[in-house]
Design a protein around this ligand. Structure first.
Ligand SMILES: Cc1ncc(C[n+]2csc(CCOP(=O)(O)OP(=O)(O)O)c2C)c(N)n1
Length: 375
C-alpha cells in the first residue's frame, strides 16, 4: 500500500505529535493503563528514551572509530520500544530481533553486553534465563518461531489463564516489517493461533527493510496479517510511547490470562541508517525523513511533560545522565581487549564435536608454524 493509503489506516494514538493527551472513544479500553501511571512512570519513560538515543549516538561514533564491527541504530523507534518494553510483565519472556536496544534497557540488560556483541568479543552476553530477554537474532523471523514455541511450552506447562494471576506468563516477540515476508512469521501465526498460545507479536513497521519499502512487503496494513490465521491485531502510533505502553500492557495481560495470541503493528520510522554499513540517502528522500523527524517520539513526550509542569531541570538532568553514560561506555569500550581466538570454537555445540576439534587443531598448528618462524 502507498504511504498515503497507509496514513489513513486507523491507529491507537493517545499522545498527539504536539504532546496533547486524549483517548478517542473507540480506544477507551486502553485508558485505564495510562490512568494507573504516576508522574514517576512518565519521567522514567522519558529518561529511558533519552538514554536509548544517547546510547545510539555514542555507539555509532564508536563504530566509526573502529571500536565496533557494526552498529544497528534505532533512532526514531524509542517510543515503540520503551513503551512496549514496560508493558511486559515480570514473568514474561521477550524474543527480540537485533534492533531492540530500548527494550533491553527496560529489562536491565547491561548496555556494554550489547556493545561487546557488536564488537565481536562475546556471543550475546546476557543470560536469557535470568533476564527473560532472549539473545538477538539476525536471521529474520527465527526469533518469532522461537517465541511461539516458548509460548506453546508455557501453555503446555499450565502457566496461562490460571486463577493465580501473578503466576501466569506470556511471551512477546519483536520483528520488523520486512520480516513479515518470511515464512517463519506466517508459520508462527498459525501455530500460535491453533494452540491458543500466550503471545503478542510486536511488529515495528519502520517502513524500510534496508532499501525495500514496506509497500513491497504487503498490500494490506500489517496488523491484518495475522487475522487470516486467527490472530487479531491493531495498529498503534509507534512514536507515541503511551499508546505503545497501554496497548502492549493490555494485550500481554490478556494473553497471560488465556486470551490467546494478538498482533500489534507499531507504525514508526527508522530515522537513521539500517546499519552503519548502509547509506539510506541512496534510496529515500530527505523530505520523507524530515516528515518523520517532525513526529519524533522524544519531542512528543517532552511537550506532554512540559504541559504537566515539568521544567528545564529535569531535561538537563537527563542530558547530563546521558553524557555520563556515554563517557562511561566509551571508556569501557576502549579498555576492551581482544578475545582469545579459541572463543570462536566454543558454544557451537554443547558437547565436543569432531569437526570443531579438527578445525581448532588446524588453527593450533597454524599458530605454532608462525611462532616457529615459518615465514
Ligand atoms: C532470513 C534472512 N534474510 C535476509 C537477511 C538480511 N537482512 C538483514 S536485515 C534485513 C532487513 C530487515 O528489515 P525489517 O524486518 O523491516 O527490520 P528492520 O531491520 O527494519 O528493523 C535483511 C533483508 C537476514 N538477516 N535474514
Amino acid at each position: 500500500m502507498s504511504a498515503q493509503e497507509s496514513a489513513r489506516v486507523p491507529m491507537v494514538q493517545l499522545l498527539s505529535p504536539d504532546g496533547q493527551y486524549g483517548v478517542p472513544k473507540e480506544y477507551a479500553e486502553y485508558a485505564k493503563y495510562i490512568e494507573e501511571l504516576t508522574e514517576a512512570d512518565f519521567l522514567k519513560f522519558y529518561r529511558d528514551m533519552a538514554v536509548m538515543r544517547r546510547f545510539d549516538v555514542e555507539a555509532t561514533a564508536l563504530q566509526r572509530q573502529g571500536q565496533l564491527g557494526l552498529w544497528v541504530p534505532a533512532i526514531g523507534q524509542e517510543g515503540a520500544q520503551i513503551g512496549s518494553g514496560y508493558g511486559v510483565g515480570h514473568l514474561d519472556h521477550i524474543f527480540p530481533s537485533y534492533r531492540e536496544h530500548g527494550v533491553a534497557i527496560t529489562h536491565g540488560i547491561d548496555l556494554m553486553a550489547v556493545l561487546k556483541m557488536l564488537r565481536g568479543v562475546n556471543h550475546g552476553g546476557w543470560n536469557p534465563d535470568e533476564t527473560r530477554f532472549h539473545l538477538y537474532a539476525i536471521v529474520l523471523g527465527t526469533q518469532v518461531l522461537h517465541a511461539t514455541g516458548y509460548a506453546m511450552g508455557v501453555k503446555f506447562d499450565g502457566k496461562v489463564g490460571t486463577p493465580n494471576l501473578a503466576d501466569n506468563q506470556a511471551v512477546i516477540s519483536y520483528f520488523g516489517d520486512g520480516a513479515t515476508a518470511e515464512g517463519d512469521v506466517s508459520e508462527s501465526f498459525l501455530f500460535a493461533a491453533t494452540n491458543h498460545a500466550p503471545i503478542v507479536f510486536f511488529c515495528q513497521n519502520n517502513q524500510w527493510a534496508i532499501s525495500s519499502p514496506v509497500n513491497s512487503q504487503t498490500t494490506v496494513p500489517l496488523y491484518l496479517r495475522g487475522s487470516g490465521f486467527g490472530v487479531p491485531g491493531i495498529r498503534i502510533d509507534g512514536n507515541d510511547v503511551l499508546a505503545s505502553y497501554a496497548v502492549t500492557k493490555k494485550h500481554m495481560d490478556d494473553a497471560r490470562n488465556g486470551g490467546g495470541p494478538f498482533m500489534i503493528e507499531a507504525l514508526t520510522y527508522r530515522v537513521g541508517a539500517h546499519t552503519t554499513s548502509d547509506d539510506p540517502t541512496k534510496y529515500r528522500t530527505s523530505e520523507e525523513v524530515e516528515y518523520w523527524k517532525a513526529r519524533d517520539p522524544l519531542d512528543r513526550l517532552e511537550k506532554f511533560l512540559r504541559r504537566q509542569g515539568i521544567g528545564d531541570s529535569f531535561f538537563e538532568e537527563c542530558d547530563a545522565a546521558g553524557e555520563a553514560m556515554a563517557t562511561d561506555i566509551r571508556a569501557q569500550t576502549f579498555a576492551l581487549g581482544e578475545p582469545p581466538i579459541e572463543n570462536m570454537f566454543q558454544h557451537v555445540y554443547s558437547e565436543p564435536h569432531p569437526y570443531i576439534e579438527e578445525q581448532q587443531q588446524w588453527l593450533n598448528n597454524y599458530e605454532a608454524s608462525l611462532e616457529g618462524g615459518a615465514e
